[in-house]
Design a protein around this ligand. Structure first.
Ligand code: NAD
Length: 357
């Protein structure tokens, strides 16, 4: 019989964090879930609105760099599991303003690890205790077309301030296991997509621009390759890792879905043509506009997820075709979710990146 867990979910008001919290509440309603989120531009408390007021759920607005707050939460809630999603997560923003990435991703992760180390030392948390550090495949750098996919032993080679800051935090999580015995696990996942993803990211950006009849900015020659995973499959992988993962290990997570950016954008255009025939510009692919490449743009990412599949029995269940359709439908049906996010601040950021296109 499974005894209830007491989770602290950092970044639970963001894209993957919110999907994870909904996933977890559906499957394990007896677990206590405390969400800690600073509600930066990327955090949206409304993503968790249905859960507010429910038993075993609490939202706390606060920063992962605030050690006093974290110490109090860990002890007052007797937390045994940290699922750490909170991060500055957007590569383009890390190029424009790297400071916040160092602060949140490195100093924030260090602060959480230190607090958890003391909490874990002082309390008998048991075998189940875990600090799950949710990370990205971008720490491994860029692949050439003929290279094999990233495995857990691929050397780190981050190329952007975002991936460098995540790499730094991964190394800290690893060191806390090897130095102090703190039960940490690192997961490195490929690109996620699905509901609640902030408009700046590739797939929502394209869906929204198609709906608004705006140009679809595609970096460089559009031949960059990303390996896409539907967000619920990421959540199911984290579920298995939390319950069965070996402490001190790293697990790569990916769906083996490599797609060139231009092909992805073209597929989104076709889906929009089909699902929203009253579009301002039809066919939507007429909006595709190639723009100057992102500095240090990684050419290709690909994840080899053999370890989590063979050792823990995880398999993804949503194909790219299914997931893209679900995602396009979600953005079509949730205009009231994304419209307020296109704020003046967002427009200023957008112009800085793509000019007036
Ligand atoms: P997101 O930007 O949508 O959400 C991040 C959340 O963290 C937001 O709710 C934000 O308010 C919160 N946050 C930021 N700084 C904080 C701070 N200092 N204190 C407390 N909360 C803070 O990001 P996401 O796409 O959901 O990514 C979540 C995690 O998964 C990140 O660690 C990211 O590196 C990792 N990841 C993302 C992807 C992807 O494709 N999106 C893939 C692999 C791994």
């Amino acid at each position: 019989i499974r005894s209830p867990r007491r989770l602290l979910v950092t970044g639970g008001a963001g894209f993957i964090g919110a999907n994870f919290v909904h996933y977890w509440r559906d499957r394990y309603p007896e677990d206590r879930v405390i969400v800690l989120d600073a509600l930066t531009y990327a955090g949206n408390r409304g993503n968790l609105a249905q859960l507010e007021g429910q038993d075993h759920f609490k939202f706390v607005e606060g920063n992962i760099c605030d050690r006093t707050l974290i110490d109090n939460l860990l002890s007052s809630e007797n937390i045994d599991t940290i699922a750490h999603f909170a991060a500055e997560s957007h590569v383009d923003r890390s190029i424009l303003k790297p400071g916040a990435f160092i602060e949140t991703n490195i100093v924030g992760t260090f602060t959480l690890l230190e607090a958890f180390r003391h909490h874990w030392n002082q309390n008998n948390l048991g075998e189940e205790a875990l600090f799950l550090h949710v990370s990205t495949d971008e720490v491994y750098g860029s692949l050439a077309p003929e290279d094999p996919a990233f495995t857990e032993t691929t050397p780190y080679s981050p190329n952007s301030p975002y991936s460098a800051s995540k790499a730094g935090s991964d190394h800290l999580a690893r060191a806390y296991y090897h130095t102090y015995g703190v039960p940490t696990i690192i997961t490195n996942c490929s690109n996620n997509y699905g509901s609640y993803q902030f408009p700046e990211k590739l797939i929502p950006l394209m869906c929204i621009n198609i709906l608004l009849g705006k140009p679809l900015p595609v970096y460089g020659d559009g031949q960059n390759i990303r390996d896409w995973l539907y967000v619920s499959d990421h959540c199911s992988a984290l579920d298995i890792v939390i319950h069965q993962g070996t402490r001190g290990e790293t697990y790569n997570i990916g769906g083996n879905n490599e797609v060139k950016n231009i092909e992805l954008v073209t597929q989104l255009c076709q889906l929009m043509d089909e699902l929203a025939p009253e579009l301002p510009i039809h066919p939507a692919k007429e909006l595709i506009t190639f723009v100057q490449d992102r500095p240090g743009h990684d050419r290709r990412y690909a994840i080899d997820a053999t370890k989590i599949k063979t050792e823990l029995g995880w398999t993804p269940s949503v194909t790219v075709n299914q997931g893209l359709r679900l995602t396009v439908e979600w953005y079509l049906n949730h205009r009231s979710w994304w419209e307020p996010l296109l704020s003046a601040e967002y427009q200023a950021y957008y112009r800085r990146l793509y000019g007036n296109s």
